[in-house]
Design a protein around this ligand. Structure first.
Ligand code: UDP
Length: 377
C-alpha cells in the first residue's frame, strides 16, 4: 500500500520532553515510531525546545497555551499574545501541500475550527474527556461536518462528549484508538524485585495535580503501611503539600520526573502501580507502561484505566473513591501473573497495534477527502 506523508501537531502547552503535555508526549512518540515502522514518512510540529522524537520536528517559537485540565466548564477560548498554537497552525498551513494528512494531538479549539479552512485533511486524536463547553461545541460541530475525523483513546472518554438536545442524545462517532508504548524500551520484571535500596513499595505515576487523586494514595499508604514512590511532573506544589500535611502517617516519597527509560526501570521495581483518578482519565498511559514492565495495576473503576486493566488478570479494578477496596486489592496482588501483564500490552498496546489502528483511520480519511470536490472540507 502507498505510504502516507503524515504531519503530527503536538500540544502547545509545552515542548516535547518537558512533561507538561502529560500522556500526549508519549502518544506522539509512539505514533512517530509506529507509523514510521509501517513505512509512512512522519514529521512533527511542536513548541520550540522540543526533544528529538525520531522524526523531523519543526520547532515553533511563541507563548505556550495554558493546560486545560482544570479550566472552568464555561471558560471562553483563550489565546496568549504571540501564541505558539497560532504559529504552529500557520506553519501547518504553509506545509500542508507536502502532506497527505495532519494528525492533531492538541486539546484546543483553534485546530478544530481551522479544519474546515485547510486543504489537507486534519484528524483530531482527542486526549481528554469533556471539560469545557466551547471545546464540546467545536467537537460536535466537526463531527457534523466530518464524522470520520475524530479519534479518542477509550469508550469511557468518548461518552463524556454525549449530549442531549431536545430530548435526543447526540454522540460523537469517535474512532477508538487506545494508545501504545515502544515495548522494547520496557524490561519485564517477572518477580516483584524491589531492589537492594528500598523495601517493597507501590508506585503512583502522573502529573502532581488534583485530578490524579493522590490524597487517596496517601490514605492507602497510611492505612496499609505500604510505602509509595511517586513520579511525575510537579504541576501543583501546593496540592502536593496539602496531601502530605493531611496524611502525616503516609509513607509517600516524591521521586521527581524521570525520562521514559529511567521511569520504566523504576516502575519495574514496584509491587503494583495504583491509579486513583478523580476525573475521567481519557486513557492513562502509565497503566500500560507499568504492565509493560510486568507490574500489575490497581485502579478505580473510572475512565480509561478501568478499560485497560482486566480485573483479576492484570490487576484489580475497584469501586471509585473506595480506599478500603484499594487496601484489600493490595493484599491480593500476588495472585496476578506478571507475564500476563506484559502479554496484554504486546497484544493490544504495542506501537504496532496502535499504528495499525491509526493507519486504517488515516487511510479512510484520506480516501474520503480525495472523493470530495475541490476543497477538502
Ligand atoms: N511520565 C514520565 N516521567 C515521570 C512520570 C510520568 O515520563 O517521571 C509520563 C508517563 O510516561 C506518561 C505521562 O507522564 O506517559 C502521564 O500520562 P498519563 O496518560 O498517565 O496522564 P496525563 O498526564 O496525560 O493526564
Amino acid at each position: 500500500m502507498q505510504p502516507l506523508r503524515v504531519l503530527i501537531a503536538s500540544t502547545p502547552v509545552g515542548p516535547l520532553g518537558s512533561g507538561v503535555g502529560g500522556g500526549v508526549e508519549l502518544t506522539l512518540h509512539s505514533l512517530v515510531y509506529g507509523l514510521s515502522g509501517l513505512g509512512h514518512s512522519v514529521e512533527v510540529v511542536a513548541p520550540a525546545g522540543s526533544l528529538h522524537v525520531g522524526a523531523r520536528v519543526h520547532q515553533i517559537e511563541g507563548a505556550l497555551q495554558a493546560s486545560s485540565q482544570l479550566a472552568d466548564r464555561r471558560a471562553p477560548v483563550e489565546l496568549p499574545a504571540d501564541s505558539a498554537l497560532v504559529a504552529m497552525w500557520d506553519r501547518i498551513a504553509e506545509l500542508q501541500g507536502d502532506f497527505d494528512v495532519v494528525v492533531n494531538l492538541a486539546y484546543d479549539w483553534l485546530p478544530l475550527y481551522l479544519t474546515r479552512w485547510l486543504d489537507v485533511p486534519v484528524v483530531h486524536f482527542i486526549s481528554m474527556g469533556s471539560l469545557n463547553d466551547a471545546m464540546d461545541a467545536a467537537i460536535h460541530d466537526l463531527a457534523r461536518r466530518h464524522p470520520d475525523r475524530l479519534g479518542a483513546h477509550t469508550r469511557a472518554q468518548a461518552v463524556t462528549f454525549d449530549r442531549t438536545v431536545d430530548g435526543v442524545v447526540e454522540t460523537v462517532p469517535f474512532r477508538l484508538l487506545g494508545s501504545g508504548v515502544i515495548t522494547d524500551r520496557y524490561d519485564v520484571h517477572v518477580t516483584a524485585d524491589h531492589g537492594p535500596d528500598s523495601p517493597a513499595h507501590l508506585g503512583a505515576v502522573g502529573r502532581i495535580s488534583p485530578e490524579k487523586g493522590l490524597e487517596d494514595v496517601a490514605e492507602l499508604s497510611a492505612r496499609s503501611g505500604w510505602p509509595v514512590k511517586v513520579w511525575g511532573m510537579m504541576q501543583d506544589p501546593a496540592y502536593w503539600q496539602r496531601v502530605c500535611d493531611r496524611h502525616p502517617d503516609a509513607q509517600l516519597e516524591y521521586c521527581g520526573f524521570l525520562p521514559t527509560d529511567d521511569l520504566q526501570a523504576a516502575l519495574g521495581r514496584c509491587t503494583a502501580v495504583v491509579m486513583t483518578p478523580k476525573w475521567v482519565e481519557a486513557f492513562g498511559n502509565v497503566a500500560i507502561e507499568a504492565m509493560a514492565t510486568g507490574v500489575p495495576v490497581i485502579t478505580y473503576d473510572r475512565g480509561g484505566p478501568s478499560e485497560i486493566v482486566r480485573d483479576g488478570e492484570t490487576g484489580f479494578v475497584v469501586p471509585p473513591d473506595d480506599v478500603g477496596a484499594l487496601v484489600d486489592a493490595v493484599g491480593r496482588i500476588d495472585r496476578i501473573d506478571r507475564i500476563m501483564c506484559r502479554q496484554r500490552v504486546e497484544e493490544e498496546y504495542s506501537t504496532e497495534a496502535l499504528a495499525l489502528r491509526v493507519d486504517e483511520w488515516l487511510r479512510d480519511v484520506v480516501a474520503a477527502a480525495d472523493r470530495e470536490p475541490a476543497r477538502r472540507r
